[in-house]
Design a protein around this ligand. Structure first.
Ligand SMILES: N[C@@H](CCC(=O)N[C@@H](CS)C(=O)NCC(=O)O)C(=O)O
Length: 206
C-alpha cells in the first residue's frame, strides 16, 4: 500500500487522492503540512527537499510533485488508462496539467487565500479584485477549450482534468461573483458525478 504525506485540504494533495480514487489505489495518508506541520523535519526533508506536500512512498520509491505523482500512479497502477493514448490527446492533457501549475495557480491562489484563509478584517480588497480579474481571464482560456471538447484531454475524462477540476470546485464555492462560463459549468457538473471527486474534492473549503 502506498503512503501519502499531506493534509486533505491541500489542492495538490487532493489531486493525488482523487487520482488514487479513480485508479482504485489503496493508500495510507498522514496529516502533514499546514497546521499539522512536519515539513521541516529532517527525515521529511530527506524525502522531499522542498518541504511541501504531497510526498508519496511506494515500497522504496519516493516521489513528490503532485502532477508527476499522478502520472506515476497512472503508469504503474492504471496501465496508463487515465491519459489519452493518441499523441495529440496526450499533449493536450499534459498541457492543461502543466498550465495549472505554471500559470493558473498564480492567478487563483491569492484569491483563495484572501477569501478563505484570511480573516475578513485582514483581507486586501485590491488583491482580491486583481486576483479575481486574473482568474476570470484564466478560466476564459479553459472555457474556450471546453467549448470544443467534453474534457480537457478530449472526449474522455483524463488526468488532464484533475488539476483544474480541483480548482473548479473551489471556484464555484468561493464567496465571490463569477461570470457565467457555460462549458465550464457543464464540465463541472460531469466531474461532480464522479465518486472520488465527491469524496476528496467536494469538502468544505479551508
Ligand atoms: N508543485 C508542488 C507544489 C506543492 C505545494 O505547494 N504544496 C503546498 C500545499 S498545496 C504546501 O506544501 N504548502 C505548505 C504546507 O502545506 O505546509 C506540487 O504540485 O506538488
Amino acid at each position: 500500500m502506498i503512503k501519502i504525506w499531506g493534509r486533505t485540504d491541500s489542492s495538490n494533495v487532493q489531486k493525488v487522492l482523487w487520482c488514487c480514487g479513480e485508479l482504485g489505489v489503496e493508500f495510507e495518508r498522514v496529516d502533514w503540512g499546514g497546521k499539522f506541520g512536519g515539513n521541516d523535519e529532517k527525515a521529511y526533508r530527506e524525502m522531499n527537499p522542498n518541504g511541501l506536500v504531497p510526498t508519496i512512498k511506494d515500497s522504496d520509491f519516493i516521489l513528490w510533485e503532485s502532477n508527476s505523482v499522478m502520472r506515476y500512479l497512472n503508469a504503474k497502477y492504471g496501465a496508463g488508462k487515465l491519459l489519452p493514448q493518441n499523441p495529440e490527446g496526450l499533449g493536450n492533457a499534459n498541457r492543461w496539467m502543466d498550465w495549472q501549475l505554471s500559470t493558473f495557480n498564480a492567478a487563483i491562489v491569492p484569491l483563495f487565500w484572501n477569501l478563505i484563509r484570511t480573516p475578513e478584517e485582514k483581507r486586501d480588497p485590491k488583491v482580491v479584485q486583481a486576483a479575481l480579474e486574473k482568474t476570470t481571464r484564466a478560466w476564459q482560456t479553459v472555457e474556450n477549450q471546453l467549448a470544443k471538447s467534453r474534457y480537457l484531454g478530449g472526449e474522455e475524462f483524463s488526468l488532464g482534468d484533475i488539476p483544474l477540476g480541483v480548482w473548479a470546485y473551489r471556484w464555484f464555492n468561493l464567496p465571490t461573483e463569477r461570470p457565467n462560463f457555460p462549458s465550464i459549468s457543464n464540465w463541472y457538473e460531469r466531474l461532480k458525478q464522479r465518486k472520488p471527486y465527491q469524496t476528496h474534492i467536494m469538502i468544505p473549503l479551508s
